[in-house]
Design a protein around this ligand. Structure first.
Ligand code: ATP
Length: 235
């Protein structure tokens, strides 16, 4: 349903102690969309994802997801509402195997994939199923971090720089995976520094500066926005 956003963020402010990091972020993500947050280092992209998850408790504004008010939910309830967060450092269990990492997170909603389905989507993880997290390459760790969220049945993925530090061929593979997830109806909110990658997979963009959104546009307007992106991002 295009009319109601699946995830809606209104006038979101967030603080680290006394330091005011977000100054009224507004954004919406509709079901099935892939939306990318762009912006230079330190503008608040990661903070926006963390504040949505409830990992930053000093926040004001409105956040609704799937009709639920997230502002007043404790952290574990936010995850259980169906939001899967993959932080930049990926957050897999380093000393557990691929299999164990996949099996451990509880299923929180209907529609989670079985481990077999996940291995169809990520055949390289199947080959590595008995390897410990620490033994995986950066690309394999990123895929495992995404895969373990898919098993839980989350309805939206918040991904923080999934291509960070990965070789071009692996970046391409992550792009194909996100395209496959999108075809299956997954909703994705992505923070990405790799503009070329983001421009291939996103339906819409939000450009952040100084803790707020300064522009938003659909992928079709990208050619018209290149001057702005050049000025703000240097791309
Ligand atoms: P990056 O890609 O570098 O992570 P970003 O756009 O995601 O950039 P944030 O990490 O959200 O930016 O940071 C926003 C602001 O909050 C920055 O000024 C940063 O220095 C500050 N900040 C981030 N984390 C903390 C923290 N744990 N304590 C204090 N200030 C922080």
């Amino acid at each position: 349903n295009r009319a109601e956003p699946l995830l809606s963020v209104r006038d979101l402010n967030a603080w680290y102690g006394e330091s005011h990091a977000l100054h009224g972020v507004n954004l919406e993500v509709f079901k099935g969309e892939t939306v990318t947050l762009l912006g230079r280092n330190g503008v608040g992209k990661t903070t926006t994802l963390r504040a949505i998850m409830g990992l930053i408790r000093k926040r004001t504004g409105q956040i609704t997801f799937d009709g639920k008010d997230l502002m007043h939910l404790p952290l574990h309830r936010t995850a259980h509402a169906g939001i899967g967060y993959v932080p930049e450092e990926r957050g897999i269990f380093a000393t557990l195997t691929v299999d164990e990492n996949l099996i451990l997170p509880p299923v929180v909603a209907d529609g989670g994939m079985s481990v077999e389905e996940i291995f169809e989507l990520f055949p390289n993880l199947k080959e590595r199923r008995n390897s410990q997290g620490t033994k995986l390459s950066g690309g394999e760790q990123q895929m495992l971090a995404m895969a373990r969220m898919l098993r839980t049945g989350v309805k939206v993925l918040l991904l923080d720089e999934p291509t960070e530090g990965l070789a071009p061929v692996i970046v391409q593979r992550i792009g194909e995976l996100l395209a496959t997830l999108k075809k299956r109806g997954m909703t994705i909110l992505l923070v990405e520094q790799n503009f070329r990658f983001a421009s291939r997979i996103a339906d819409r963009f939000y450009l952040m500066e100084h803790g707020k959104v300064m522009a938003q546009f659909p992928v079709g307007e990208l050619p018209d926005r290149m001057n702005l992106l050049h000025d703000v991002l240097g791309v």
